[in-house]
Design a protein around this ligand. Sequence first.
Ligand code: FE2
Length: 221
Amino acid sequence: MERGKSAKGHGAAKTSRSSKASSSMSKTGSMSKSESMGKKGGNSLLKQFFVEQLQDIYWAEKALVKEFPKMQKATTTEELAEAITDHMTETEDQISRLEQIFDMMGEPAKAKKCEAMEGLIKEAHNIIDETEAGTATRDAAIIMATQKMEHYEIATYGSLVQLAKTIGMNEVAELLAQTLTEEKGADQALTQIAEGNINEEGAREEEGEQQMEEGDEGEDD
Ligand SMILES: [Fe+2]
């Protein structure tokens, strides 16, 4: 609102400018920041953009909930299958959280097709088709495809948290930050699995030879 002050206002002009501003803002000046930006600024361009981005990630999360069971089924190791199942449960919570946010904003929970996630899902399908079932290489590929999805979500939620704060919707920002933490956790869990033994196991695999058997994950337990 008062952004003009920093660029060229070298102190001297400051006093007269701010007194002028306060006399002409007698009404809006009494509003708190959240009132003026969160509710009254209800139709600002930034808020409209924010809602559109919520619709985009809402579509993406719903698409992922349908996609994860397919990816889980294609895994070789129990460890990766479990990690995907865990994140699917989290994703269902994230969808509910988004619905809660739409509700808090007085907007209908509407999904708008997310081209980026659609592309990442297509890529995941290709990766599954192109790798051999029952191999560690398949798991390494699924981890990579899933991490690309997670990174898209991390970028999106990171920006959404900031936008929510900017438009004065701090409770919404907190909910989005919870999801952001979950996405980062899922990403780290996948990295740990990859670093555990899947990548190394995959590096030893060659075409045509007998691959990992189910349950044989190179671990004692
Ligand atoms: Fe998610």
